[in-house]
Design a protein. Structure first.
Length: 333
């Protein structure tokens, strides 16, 4: 890897870290259902850039581990499945971009695999946590709300729509990333029109977010467990007349909190322990990326501001154009 490629490589990792760790932390903090769509799309762009500009075996996989380490440090509130998504995207990227031929097809393939995994991961997690009864409850709730045929499988329509949304996004992301070679072959005059003046005095240290207290959730969990035990001991007690749907919601809340408070932290601790052991192996990469994170954060902000002349999908395209060109061609980042 040449010195120029190394510089670009570290800048792209820093960009991926900002998109994954910080943007991911914000989205997961608000519990938005489109988190996988937004973060996955950003990851596809970053991985495609590494695959095109740093075509060395193991480069994407190494970048993936570094990004996962920073995700652990910068957004500790991110759930365990979020790490699985990062590793899946990185492994797919490493395999897909192991060759140089037909870059366009490889971009589309990565986009579809990454976003389909994101869509199905959400559905699978809901099914594992709440069981098939969750989807039955959704059907009953919607049919009762709309006064329609109770046999209609509304949950299936919801899943199909959700997956279709990810497929549509994958197509547009694949189309954009496949144009990376054309974007980077702009003339000097064209590139200059996209250059952003970065104010280096604004570059400061990125602080780690504070962990939220879990005491209230623990109290709620103990309360629900106590009520559940009461219903087992006294099945004809004060909760005997509660509607079946409320009992399902009650049981689901216990399962969800048990996963969130017990099993997820255990799995997350095992994963973080595995990542901690690799911090020494990737010490050089981590140090290089740390130096670039503040300026990468500013570049994302400035690119988004500059792209405000457009709206919708056009703005997203312009945003990524500014971001990619300045990441690759601006020496400061």
């Amino acid at each position: 890897m040449s010195p120029q490629q190394k510089q670009i490589y570290f800048k792209l990792i820093a960009l991926w870290v900002i998109c994954e760790a910080m943007l991911g932390g914000i989205i997961h903090g608000f519990k938005l259902p489109i988190s996988g769509l937004v973060i996955g799309s950003s990851a596809v762009v970053c991985i495609s850039l590494i695959g095109y500009l740093v075509p060395h075996r193991g480069a994407i996989l190494k970048a993936t581990i570094v990004v996962a380490i920073f995700k652990m440090l910068l957004s500790p509130q991110s759930p365990f499945p979020a790490y699985i998504a990062v590793l899946f995207q990185g492994i797919c990227g490493e395999l897909i971009f192991s060759g140089r031929k037909n870059f366009k097809a490889r971009c589309y393939l990565l986009a579809f695999l990454a976003l389909i995994e994101s869509a199905f991961q959400r559905v699978i997690v809901l099914t594992i946590l709440f069981g098939v009864d969750f989807w039955k409850a959704v059907n009953e709730f919607i049919s009762g709300l709309t006064q329609t045929d109770p046999s209609t499988n509304y949950s299936l329509y919801f899943v199909i729509t959700y997956v279709a949304l990810h497929l549509i996004a994958a197509f547009f992301i694949g189309r954009f990333t496949s144009s990376i070679p054309k974007l980077l072959s702009f003339s000097t005059e064209e590139l200059q029109s996209y250059m952003l003046p970065l104010n280096t005095t604004e570059i400061s240290e990125i602080n780690k977010p504070k962990k939220k207290s879990l005491s209230s959730l623990v109290l709620i969990w103990f309360g629900l467990i106590a009520i559940f035990v009461y219903t087992l001991i006294y099945p004809q007690g004060i909760f005997a007349s509660v509607h079946a749907s409320l009992k399902f919601i009650f049981r689901s809340a216990i399962i969800l909190l048990t996963w969130y408070l017990i099993f997820a932290p255990i799995l997350l601790r095992l994963l973080k322990s595995w990542l901690e052991k690799r911090k020494g192996t990737y010490k050089k990469e981590i140090e290089e990326v740390i130096l670039l994170l503040p300026s990468a954060k500013i570049l994302i902000r400035e690119s988004w501001t500059k792209s405000g002349v457009k709206s919708g999908y056009s703005r997203l395209k312009l945003f990524w154009k500014y971001l990619i060109i300045n990441t690759v061609f601006t020496p400061i980042l």
